[in-house]
Each structure stands twice: as structure tokens, then as C-alpha cells.
Design a protein around this ligand. Structure first.
Ligand SMILES: Cc1cc2nc3c(=O)[nH]c(=O)nc-3n(C[C@H](O)[C@H](O)[C@H](O)COP(=O)(O)O)c2cc1C
Length: 178
């Protein structure tokens, strides 16, 4: 509905997402209403054998044939350079009871894997115990996307455990009751 130049829907005024800090916050708040699952992307840095992991909700399917997935990584992430073209990584889809993992891997630091039960995936990539699904991937492409990069992964191997997933909605983590 257009009421004299100001567009409203359901009594809410349109928001311009560019510009002020307040507008950016409103953009972020609006995006938060799109409910997602929660993943942890894990990798092993070949040169140092260092394990890296980052909590990610921007994961999505991209293509069935070939089997491709995508996600985005912030440019200011410490592990920004750890998912280079051709390198192996894994998508760990968190289960309803893994809120602690989501929080642990959302904190920058070197001790993220301390005390975490792991399986060893392809090329030594660490897989977190207790997840719903594991997708072992190789980085197929990387594209610029503003303050993030879009990472496309080609799926090499899948483990489908089949458990209730963890959800992320308006800034809150909650398990889906299935
Ligand atoms: C639920 C949730 C979802 C997140 N999704 C993303 C994401 O999609 N991409 C991203 O770059 N950071 C995301 N983050 C933030 C990172 O997990 C966080 O910045 C992390 O500390 C980065 O790790 P690093 O700096 O050690 O690489 C998310 C955090 C949470 C709690």
C-alpha cells in the first residue's frame, strides 16, 4: 500500500537498509526472522595441521547435480583464509542438544576443539561427534559478497544420522522438538 510516498505494509514503514548504524541493525533484525539451522564448518590447515571451526547459519543447498552447497564467511573472521580453492572442509549440521557447540565455535580463539569428541574425516578434517548430518566437501569456488565471501563446496561424502536439529531464530538458539 502506498500512502502518499511512504510505503507501509501492515502498518510498518519501509526500511532503507543502507546508511546509518540503526538502519543496519534493522536490516540484521529483519534477516533474523528467517529461521535457519546451525552448522559448524570445520577444516584442517594443511601447513600447520591446525584444526579450525566456525559456527555458520548462512549454509544452504546450491545444486543437486553436481552436488554443491554454499555458505558465507565474514572477512574479519580469523579463519577467513582457511577455506581456499581445492581445500577440504566439512559441514557439521548441529543437533537440538548441541547449543554448547554453536556457542563454542562462535567464539574466536585457539581452544575451540579442547575436550570435543571428534571423528576424523577425509584429509584429516575434524568431524564433531553428535551431529545430524555431515557433508564432507572441497572448496569449488569463492566469490566476493560485500563484507563476506561466498564459499561454494562440492560434496564428496555424506553421513546422514537423522536427529532433531538446532534452530536459529531472532538471535536465539533452540532445538526443534521432533
Ligand atoms: C548462530 C550463529 C550463526 C553464525 N553464522 C555465521 C556465518 O554464516 N558466517 C560467518 O562468517 N560467521 C557466522 N557467525 C559468527 C562466527 O561463528 C564467529 O564470528 C566466529 O567467532 C568466527 O570464528 P573465527 O574468527 O575463529 O574464524 C555465526 C554465529 C552464530 C552464533
Amino acid at each position: 500500500m502506498d500512502d502518499g510516498g511512504v510505503t507501509t505494509i501492515g502498518g510498518r514503514a519501509a526500511i532503507d537498509p543502507a546508511g546509518s548504524e540503526a538502519a543496519r541493525r534493522q536490516f540484521r533484525d529483519a534477516l533474523g526472522h528467517f529461521c535457519t539451522g546451525v552448522t559448524v564448518m570445520t577444516a584442517l590447515v594443511p601447513e600447520t595441521q591446525e584444526r579450525v571451526g566456525i559456527t555458520v547459519s548462512s549454509f544452504n543447498s546450491l545444486s543437486l547435480d553436481p552436488p554443491l552447497i554454499l555458505w558465507s564467511i565474514a572477512k574479519d573472521s580469523v579463519s577467513y583464509n582457511c577455506y581456499q580453492m581445492g581445500s577440504a572442509f566439512a559441514v557439521n549440521v548441529l543437533s537440538a542438544d548441541q547449543e554448547d557447540m554453536a556457542l563454542r565455535f562462535a567464539r574466536t580463539g585457539r581452544d575451540k576443539f579442547d575436550g570435543v569428541t571428534l571423528h576424523t574425516g577425509l584429509e584429516g578434517v575434524p568431524l564433531l561427534d553428535g551431529c545430524v548430518v555431515y557433508l564432507e566437501c572441497r572448496t569449488e569456488a569463492r566469490y566476493p559478497g560485500g563484507d563476506h565471501d561466498i564459499i561454494v563446496g562440492r560434496v564428496q561424502r555424506i553421513f546422514n544420522i537423522g536427529k532433531a536439529p538446532l534452530l536459529f531464530h531472532i538471535g536465539a538458539l533452540r532445538g526443534l522438538d521432533v
